[in-house]
Design a protein around this ligand. Sequence first.
Ligand SMILES: [Zn+2]
Ligand SMILES: [Zn+2]
Length: 193
Amino acid sequence: MKTLPTITLIQPWASWVSLGWKTIETRLHPRFANLKGLRIGIHAGRVWDYDAHAAAARFLTDEQFHRSSRDSAIWHTRGEILCTALVKDFRKCVPEDGPAAMIECRTPRFGLVLEDVQPIGPFPARGMQGIWYWRMPEPMPEPEPRCRECGCMDTRGCPEGCAWVEPGLCSECAENRVVSLKNASTDFADALR
Ligand SMILES: [Zn+2]
Ligand SMILES: [Zn+2]
């Protein structure tokens, strides 16, 4: 039976990692040092961190803020293993790590530098503190289709309702993208005047 070293993050932090917005997971202790070089599982705990938005506010775009608000797909994602990630490095954080960690890093913190995030499951599981070992199903089923921008799935669409416009992109996010592209091209046109 193959097992995967896994860590539990409370929400919305786990989803922010799974969407690739947060690439450094931080702890105040160095007990995750031995994960360096390993592929690990990212488990979303059942608990919602009501301080997360305030802590991450200046590192979130308006869209990211909206996509992790109450009743979003992220809001409904609890108690599940969402993805795996490769721990490229484990090191002390520096203040410049703030945007990648989505939290200020002037406070002494240790960082797991994550890369190559791969969606799996999601698989319901109970979280634990520290490093725990999840028994991987064999064979591993295909991950449930999800939106790469907001993490919504067939079982938890966007609160406004959405549909797939292409594999990995839902209509809500596609619309936002069109709006921001339009704004960008208007800005560009203005700049040329
Ligand atoms: Zn979406
Ligand atoms: Zn959606």
